[in-house]
Design a protein around this ligand. Structure first.
Ligand code: OAD
Length: 266
């Protein structure tokens, strides 16, 4: 942790902590900032931001895939290499620990697999992932070869494989999107971590949570589109804010049975 990272103190209000501690199902929406402390760049913030070094339309759009698939493939392979060289940070590990005491469903926009490597088991990738590629014809998934300079054919049907990511001007997988909305509706609280919430439809999930009167908490060192509708914000990084929050909630969960046992003694 560097000294310029804001500490979460004074943290969240007592009423927000109480509501989180009482929650049976917590949904978590994560974005690129979640993995920033693992050394992966975000898209729009900081000096190495991906969309400041490349034009999204040229490397990550449906049109680019049609017209210059090799360029998209090379971009994807570069991303995959960065992900493979990274490790879960304290924030990823904290979310996995939280699932020991409450149902946690992670809806992530990230294409990395750091939540899975931190041992979170309910993770849905709304914008795809870099672990495998997918056949444009038969939808077979396969691990990609590590050659950025050549495209890959499907081991099953021989058609072209493509990155298993949602490109700009493409729809989200409808099943994943339905799952995401359902998760927010069924949860008691939504934590929004490390996303600027500028890309739709995912950016509408916090709005849905607000409409359904769920507790909405943001963890982000900077204000975002979510800030004005959130119940509370922790102005710090994922790797600082999440361990603090999860330790606080787990401590309360441990104390709660002891407190109720001592209350029920004659
Ligand atoms: P952005 O780059 O738009 O936003 C990253 C957010 O993370 C910003 O709000 C930062 O303030 C915050 N942040 C930076 N460092 C952080 C840290 N250490 N801890 C917590 N937060 C931090 O990334 P996304 O919102 O994820 O889509 O972008 C959404 C989508 O836009 C991506 O999934 C991608 C992109 O184009 C596709 O490729 C389809």
């Amino acid at each position: 942790m560097t000294s310029d990272v804001p500490h979460p103190s004074p943290g969240l209000s007592e009423s927000t902590l109480e509501r989180l501690a009482a929650a049976r199902h917590i949904a978590v929406l994560t974005g690129a900032g979640m993995s920033a402390d693992s050394g992966l760049p975000t898209y729009r913030s900081g000096p190495g931001a991906l969309w400041s070094i490349a034009v999204a339309n040229e490397v990550a759009s449906a049109c680019a895939w049609r017209e210059q698939p090799l360029k998209v493939w090379a971009w994807y392979m570069g991303m995959r290499e960065k992900v493979n060289g990274s490790h879960p940070n304290a924030g990823h590990l904290a979310l996995a620990r939280l699932a020991e005491s409450v149902q946690v469903t992670i809806l992530t926009q990230n294409v990395d697999d750091l939540h899975e490597r931190a041992c979170s088991d309910r993770v849905r990738h709304l914008h795809g992932q870099v672990r495998t590629v997918v056949c444009v014809h038969c939808r077979q998934h396969a691990p990609p070869h590590a050659d950025a300079a050549s495209l890959m054919n499907c081991p099953r049907c021989g058609q072209r494989m493509r990155p298993d990511m949602v490109l700009f001007n493409e729809q989200l997988n409808p099943e994943h999107w339905a799952f995401a909305q359902q998760t927010v509706r069924q949860s008691d609280a939504l934590l929004v971590v490390g996303t600027s919430a500028q890309v739709f439809p995912v950016a509408s999930l916090p709005v849905l949570a607000r409409r359904k009167r769920k507790l909405l908490v943001e963890i982000n060192p900077n204000p975002t589109q979510v800030t004005s509708i959130a119940d509370e914000c922790l102005r710090t990084t994922a790797a600082v804010g999440l361990p603090w929050l999860v330790d606080t909630l787990l401590e309360r969960a441990r104390a709660a049975p002891a407190a109720s046992a001592s209350r029920s003694k004659p």
